[in-house]
Write a new protein. Structure first.
Lengths: 197, 176
């Protein structure tokens, strides 16, 4: 799963489907308006909406026509169901398989535990006001998605380097992997209050 | 707008699921010789046989379709402000971005610290960053340049991959 897919949810899919549906609505409505306002001639405008050739065609092919319509309706319903599910689906991982190759047993790590440890690690850095992390399943290997609130007076590039060089390295060691794909989402917040003694 | 799009997507997806299943059921119900179950297709059939393309009800329905399609299309094609701005990649193999709202607030804080500025507003779009600063000074002098410098310095410190160019507007009472 790409970074955008992991963070934006179904926005891209929604956009594509909604553009398609809007074009279908525009096409159908535009054609009906044009025909109704005699763009194709008075005779066509005065014809009944359910055209005779259509009725004839359905009548001639009744034995298979409604089966095809039924099939199409179920396909549309299935695709729409997938679209509906995509609105709620989270690519969040629940467990990571740490089983070594050739091992007889299996080792599973609770993903929330690993990501919480990473977030705690990051929260200890100076300039960080809060942090959260989650492991996302991209289908091939896990990705880690981090959200970090940073005080406005912090050195943001330095903090980013520290997170990548230290926290992520420790995280990889804990998982027993050489590297992970990581996405860091930073948000600047109010500067940390200064203590006056 | 993203939330509105999601709500519309949710409603349409639900409608298509229910509609698709209902039509399939109605076909089966009609096949076994029963009356329409939920969809009054017999009434729709009669209406489609009696109404012409030029009849007011057909035109109204067509107009509704066009307006709905147009609104939906405009909603999807409207330019949205970025949710986050990517940071420079540099030697890193990981991606990083900064939340847009946070950058705007950071710029406002930086500009508010400039001597002579009473309030500031920052707005980032996909193509530019607009800073609107207000000052009570009647003769602001080089205040606009200092505001721009403060905003540029703050933006540069964030190491964004492609920071939108800055434009500054200074609002002041002007000379008497």
């Amino acid at each position: 799963m790409s970074e955008q897919a992991a963070t934006r949810g179904p926005d891209r899919l929604n956009r594509a489907v909604l553009v398609l549906l809007s074009l279908v609505l525009l096409g159908a409505g535009g054609y009906a308006l044009a025909r109704g306002y005699e763009a194709f001639g008075t005779e066509q405008a005065d014809e009944e909406v359910l055209l005779e050739p259509v009725r004839d065609f359905v009548g001639r092919n009744e034995n298979w026509f409604w089966i095809v319509v039924l099939g199409l309706c179920l396909i549309v319903a299935y695709l729409a169901l997938r679209w509906l599910v995509a609105q709620f689906r989270s690519p969040r991982l629940t467990e990571i398989d740490l089983t070594a190759e050739g091992s007889k047993g299996s080792t599973q790590l609770r993903a929330a535990g690993a990501s919480d440890a990473l977030a705690d690690d990051i929260e200890n850095y100076r300039g960080v006001s809060s942090a959260s992390a989650r492991l996302v399943d991209d289908g091939e290997r896990p990705e880690v998605d981090m959200r970090v609130e940073v005080n406005d007076d912090a050195d943001v590039p330095a903090l980013r380097a520290k997170i990548e060089d230290e926290a992520l390295r420790r995280f990889c060691q804990a998982l027993g992997v050489s590297s992970v794909n990581a996405h860091l989402h930073l948000r600047l917040t109010e500067p940390a209050p200064r203590l006056v003694r | 707008m993203r939330i509105l799009s999601r709500l519309i997507a949710l409603a349409l997806a639900l409608g298509l699921v229910v509609g698709g299943v209902l039509i399939a059921v109605e076909i089966v119900v009609a096949e076994i010789g029963r009356e329409p179950w939920v969809i009054p297709y017999d009434r729709w059939y009669r209406s489609a046989r009696t109404n012409a393309w030029s009849s007011p009800s057909t035109r109204q329905l067509a107009l509704v379709l066009v307006v709905a399609g147009l609104l939906l299309l405009l909603l999807q094609l409207a330019r949205r402000r970025p949710r986050a701005l990517a940071m420079e990649t540099g030697p890193s193999v990981h991606s990083a971005d900064l939340n847009r709202k946070g950058i705007e607030q950071s710029l406002e804080r930086a500009v508010n610290r400039v001597d002579g500025v009473s309030s500031a507003k920052a707005r980032i779009s996909s193509s530019r960053t607009r800073i609107t600063a207000s000052s009570g000074r009647r003769l602001p002098g080089d205040l606009e340049a200092r505001v721009k410098q403060a905003a540029e310095q703050r933006m540069a410190a964030l190491k964004l991959a492609s920071p939108p160019p800055l434009s500054v507007t200074l609002q002041s009472p002007g000379p008497r």
